[in-house]
Design a protein around this ligand. Sequence first.
Ligand code: SF4
Length: 246
Amino acid sequence: MPANFKYIFGPIQSRRLGVSLGINYLPPKSCNFDCLYCECGPTDKRLSVVTSFVGHQEITAELDQFLSTAPTLDYITFSGSGEPTLYRDIDKIIHFLKANYPQYKVALITNGTLLQDNALLAKIADCDLIIPSLDAASEKVFLKINRPNNGLHLSHIVLGLKNLEAQFKGKIWLELFFMKGINDHPQEILAFRNILKTLHPDKIQLNSIDRHPAYQVGGELSYAELVAISELLDLPNIEIINKREN
Ligand code: SF4
């Protein structure tokens, strides 16, 4: 890909999504979380309201320029340096893709904080795949690992996931991200199990640190440790993403 694109990146080989073209319109790093494990570093811009960072035409112009070359892709993915649903015009980009390049599948990676909002669900309804996160099963661990903006609680995430399941017609892969000593103790895993039994995602994906985390606390879990967690969870459709043998 030529280096002069500002809002799209890749295509990259993604562990979960295959060949993925990324869309990133967020100034680094804009989020309503400041997760310990974030691969984009600490959160510089704490956002609490949906914002327009850039005109959507600038993003769709780049997409048009690249996609008109008919690249081979498994997904076009909203991700990058922050929380993608904090962009007001996400729907305009999804509609552009579906109207002009319907052969490509669209994925959204989100922290799930805004999924209670039906207006947002209407905006992202035409995605093929949504990958929300759930990194804690207790409020104490939620505050520790996700370091949310004031006023955000674990209950918002769980209610948002239920709202998404009730309304979204595409696939949902729920990611659980584990850090050693932070959210991997048996009591938390059993609490995860209780929450997960009330949800019905197409897949539950267990992940752990693969690149440099924002904060040097906790640590990565090995493949064997994630397998042990999956056995404790004892639920269908679990997939382990991080296959490190350390
Ligand atoms: S929600 Fe995602 S982008 Fe935001 S801090 Fe957490 S890992 Fe980083």
